[in-house]
Design a binder for this molecule. Sequence first.
Ligand code: AP5
Length: 213
Amino acid sequence: MRLVLLGKPGSGKGTQAPVLCEKHAIPAISTGDLIRAAIRNETELGKRFKEYTSKGELVPDTLVVEIVAERLTENDCKSGFLLDGFPRTIAQADALATWLQNNDLSLDCVVYIDVPNEILVERATGRRFCSESGKTYHLKFAPPKVEGICDVSGKPLMHREDDKEEVVAKRLAEYDEKTSPLVDYYKSRDLLKQVNGVGSMDEVTTRIADSLR
Ligand code: AP5
């Protein structure tokens, strides 16, 4: 199974990805996670990424395409993969299509998690995460058992720099301008499944599973 999860910032891509990956036994490839790891490790690429992510802007297509293409050649992607947060521009979608064609592969489906902006700001600003376990929480919708502490690692939870309200607004504007055209792009290729992302996490999981049946 080769899947793309499409949706605005905070729509639930990162929440739904592990459930789908476990079900279909495929790895999740999140460009956001790859980019944040490069920033954390202070690599040369990471320093360049930070200039964009801290302002809520997309990083340049050529840099993202390069890291995704490299990741897709790893062994665990042979059985398929789930792309979370990639592609995010028409140029990235075209690059992915070319990569797939060159490797005699194709996408099975693009799941678009649809959530209105007013809900997204609350979801993003209330998000907390653990850099050790990778688990994501929400202050209101998915709180940890002990306030501020990861259930899995016992480490303090962190707030993403780009989850501040003013940066979230910029990320949503970037989405509208550069990513939203992908809905029609994949619709016209008969790959798009649109799922209502409003409701509990379990409800959204069920809707996605139904859309893939
Ligand atoms: P990235 O990390 O991909 O961020 P994003 O797409 O903005 O998505 P988020 O991680 O914010 O949200 P999500 O949809 O995963 O939501 P989540 O499940 O966590 O990218 C970050 C940055 O990296 C970009 O701004 C850009 O600069 C750069 N970048 C990344 N990819 C790039 C690319 N391809 N090209 C160029 N630049 C790129 O949920 C959010 C919160 O809501 C959580 O707290 C969760 O617990 C909660 N929640 C989830 N579902 C529900 C629900 N149903 N009900 C209630 N709460 C819920």
